[in-house]
Design a protein around this ligand. Sequence first.
Ligand SMILES: Cc1ncc(COP(=O)(O)O)c(C=O)c1O
Ligand SMILES: [Zn+2]
Length: 371
Amino acid sequence: MRCINCGAVYTPNFRLYRCPKCGGLLEIISPIYWAPSGRGVWRYGTMLPVRQGVTLGEGGTPLVESQLGRGIYIKFEGANPTGSFKDRGMALGITVAKNSGADKVVVASTGNTAASAAAYAARAGMTCYVVLPRGNVARGKLMQAALHGAEIVTIDGFFDRALEYVLTYGTKYAYPLNSFNPWRLEGQKTIAFEIFEELGCPDYVVVPVGNAGNISAIWKGFRELHQLGLCRRLPKMVGVQAEGAAPIAKAWQLGLEEPLFLDNPHTVATAIKIGKPINWRKAVAAVQQSDGFFTQVTDGEILKAQRLLAARDGIGAEPAGAASIAALLKLNLSGTVVAVVTGHALKDPDAVEISTREIRNSEELVHMLEK
Ligand SMILES: Cc1ncc(COP(=O)(O)O)c(C=O)c1O
Ligand SMILES: [Zn+2]
């Protein structure tokens, strides 16, 4: 393991999440080689620090050619077992937790991490504690955490506060599966491997950014393909934040070195309603190294993109998942562009306005159909 801050190197330790010397984020360095076999996340076992483990059949998600523009592909992560990309990380995270001897896991969450951790913990026979910001979690996600039997704790405040609780107290008593845990992020880099196998290396990869773990993980995946001589020309990484929760994108646009952290993030995309992204250093490095950029989109643009993606491409995204589409529609990127749609529409039924037409008899239906 290596600290991304001071460069200190440590022998792999499932219980090490931050650099003991400087508190920096850690990155996994492990011997890897390319020998995909089987399906899903574990297809890439030789590229992961653990070769096999817990699975619900995560990964292997559709890469759909979009009808929204030429050269646009949607990587639909809503098709994972619990409906978001988090399942890739949890397959690894829960495996590592189990291998480290833990019987309890804990996460702070805007919802999807909780749903995923709850399902994978159930599968592995572990107890799962989730700490959620009250009133800031979409209904589908809360339902999933409850259904899979997680212990649900809610707090006043936003995600950042929930994460602080986990960082300060949770790690002592349970295995933490937030994205500061570098082992979990290893699972998420398989998004890059799947894109590569189907499409080669695209020109751009557009990713919604909240706590900034996923974009970092995907970039690590591409970097490793490059190191192995497989991906010659690396994609530019584009990080998308919601306007009311854009600490990194706003700082990027102003040319600042550090994010403009927020105490009161706001956006309809609750999954990325985060004011202090813990992985910001990794994400900024990913975007800089790839010659990409960060951008922000408004709630209006997100909801419009969500509708358009559903109506034109038949893909149902939750608002945060559609943030990448909202950015795409504004940016006019040329070449091959992959937009990662991170979560399923069913996660957040309240984000969609539903209009229906009442009829009183079958004639009225016929009348309508004839038009
Ligand atoms: C649907 C969805 N999209 C995007 C994100 C942001 O991912 P990250 O926190 O890794 O930046 C999340 C995180 O909760 C999410 O649930
Ligand atoms: Zn360090």
